[in-house]
Design a protein. Structure first.
Length: 185
């Protein structure tokens, strides 16, 4: 049993010291996961990977009922926490109170404009919520693959399915979400 798995078990049992020792061991992996997730966000994102990691970790260990079944489950939960944080930030940014109806303009007219990314996090989140009602297993695979950054083999192991089944679910989920979000996504 790895040190991370032992600390996860101890933290689940209520050991605050284990929780404190856990962050330094998983920090770099969580930061890489956050940086990869933020790289896919639209320009103008104000959240930094470090802040995203800290907020996600606080959400993971701040509540009661910690109980991760291992390293993969912990990172899947971290990916889900990061997704929720980013969705909340996107909703706040889009709200009228925060100037959601305003468009950003460069002060320098000669400045090179950056094309907008075609990914719309809120549309993806809504489509993923609908998809979870249709096929929860495939939606879980999307969460593990897209938000937790796991490989297909790691997803298959975490879900208890064969790699071929995970591959089929991934192809199906990608096609369904592409159709739901739109061809431009």
């Amino acid at each position: 049993m790895s040190e991370v798995t032992q600390l996860l078990s101890a933290a689940a049992a209520g050991d605050r010291q284990a929780t404190a020792e856990l962050l330094p061991l998983v920090y770099e992996e969580l930061r890489q996961l956050a940086a990869a997730r933020l790289a896919r966000e639209a320009p103008g994102q104000t959240l930094q990977p470090t802040a995203l990691v800290h907020e996600a970790f606080l959400r993971l260990v701040g509540g009661e009922g910690l109980g991760w079944e291992g390293r993969g489950h912990f990172f899947a939960a971290a990916g889900e926490a990061m997704r929720r944080i980013l969705v909340e930030a996107a909703r706040r940014k889009e709200s009228l109170k925060r100037g959601g109806d305003h468009t950003r303009r460069d002060l320098d007219p000669d400045a090179v404009t950056v094309p907008e990314l075609k990914e719309d996090l809120l549309a993806l989140n809504e489509a993923l919520d609908r998809f979870a009602g249709i096929d929860p297993e495939a939606a879980k695979l999307v969460h593990l693959r897209y938000f937790a950054g796991l490989s297909l083999a790691e997803c298959a192991a975490a879900m208890g399915v064969s790699p071929r089944t995970a591959d089929r679910l991934w192809a199906y989920a990608r096609a369904w979400l592409r159709d739901a979000v739109g061809p431009e996504a």
